[in-house]
Design a protein around this ligand. Structure first.
Ligand SMILES: C[S@@+](CC[C@H](N)C(=O)[O-])C[C@H]1O[C@@H](n2cnc3c(N)ncnc32)[C@H](O)[C@@H]1O
Length: 271
């Protein structure tokens, strides 16, 4: 209920949206900063095709298999190896760390609005080809044309202006570079979302409705999500944690299952 109220306020106050999300993710990183077992914050992806080989992961990565699989799905839509890659909205860094370790980019930079999340990432993920810095998706702290790929996973729903975000992605990408993009929207928001994609000036190379994959991932991952919430909050607050983590029967899985919310992946290319 409190989680629903928070989401209701956020969705109706675009001017406050950036500040409230930053405070929210700062509190998460501050309060639960050293919880190393929790490094990803997306709803995950499950392969529905049984013939597809399961993603081979190190045992240490296995608990976060479904949120990692969402990164695998979107990051492998175009080549990454040997390229310079930016992630916008890198959160607690588990996705950028997966890309840096498994997909061999020359350099990977994670940017997030939450300074506390960035501090957590630079403490927790120490790799030669990866670093994190604070920055706003709508004012990226980089010069023009300095990345080959930009990754954005379940973060753009927080941005007050999706047009400014796409404009910044186009600016920092080199010609021929790719935006690997995935997020969720309520059905009534889809027309505006598609219009913004069309206005972005980026060429749409691929799009896929992955709602069923996300529903299945949340279902399979519910025991871990429920247990994780209870490791950090207890009593009446555990229901709020369930809502934010997307445990079966809460708001997000229910909206996805009823068709009121959809989850898409896109690959866009700068000419
Ligand atoms: C749901 S989390 C997803 C994090 C990560 N992509 C993952 O999948 O684990 C959304 C992230 O977007 C970040 N964020 C929100 N607004 C942002 C902005 N304007 N610029 C950069 N990051 C932003 C939040 O701080 C948060 O870390």
């Amino acid at each position: 209920m409190i989680a629903d109220a928070f989401l209701w306020v956020l969705n109706r106050t675009p001017p406050l949206r950036r500040t409230l999300w930053r405070l929210f993710f700062d509190v998460l990183a501050n309060r639960f900063g050293d919880v190393g077992w929790w490094t990803l914050m997306n709803y995950g992806y499950a392969d529905l095709d049984c013939s597809t080989r399961a993603l081979a992961l190190d045992p240490a990565d296995d608990p976060e298999r479904y949120p990692i699989a969402l990164y695998h799905h979107v990051a492998t839509l175009a080549p990454i190896a040997g390229r310079e890659v930016l992630e916008v909205g890198s959160g607690r860094g588990g996705g950028a760390s997966f890309v840096a370790r498994y997909l061999a980019p020359a350099r990977m930079v994670g940017v997030d609005l939450s300074g506390q999340a960035v501090k957590f990432c630079n403490r927790h993920h120490r790799l030669g080809n990866l670093h994190f810095q604070q920055g706003d998706a709508e004012r990226l702290p980089f010069t023009d044309a300095c990345f080959d790929n930009v990754i954005n996973v379940e973060s753009s729903f927080c941005y007050p202006s999706i047009d400014r975000f796409f404009g910044e992605v186009k600016r920092v990408l080199r010609p021929g570079g790719y935006l690997h993009y995935t997020d969720l929207r309520l059905v009534h928001e889809i027309a505006d979302w598609r219009a913004a994609l069309a206005r972005s000036g980026l060429e749409l190379v691929h799009e896929r409705d992955i709602t069923a994959n996300v529903i299945e991932a949340l279902h399979r991952d519910t025991p871990r999500r429920r247990a994780g919430g209870r490791r950090i909050v207890s009593g009446p607050f555990s229901r709020i944690a369930d809502t934010f983590t997307g445990v079966d029967g809460t708001r997000i899985p229910s909206l996805l299952a009823s068709g009121e919310m959809v989850y898409f992946s896109f690959l866009l290319r700068k000419e």
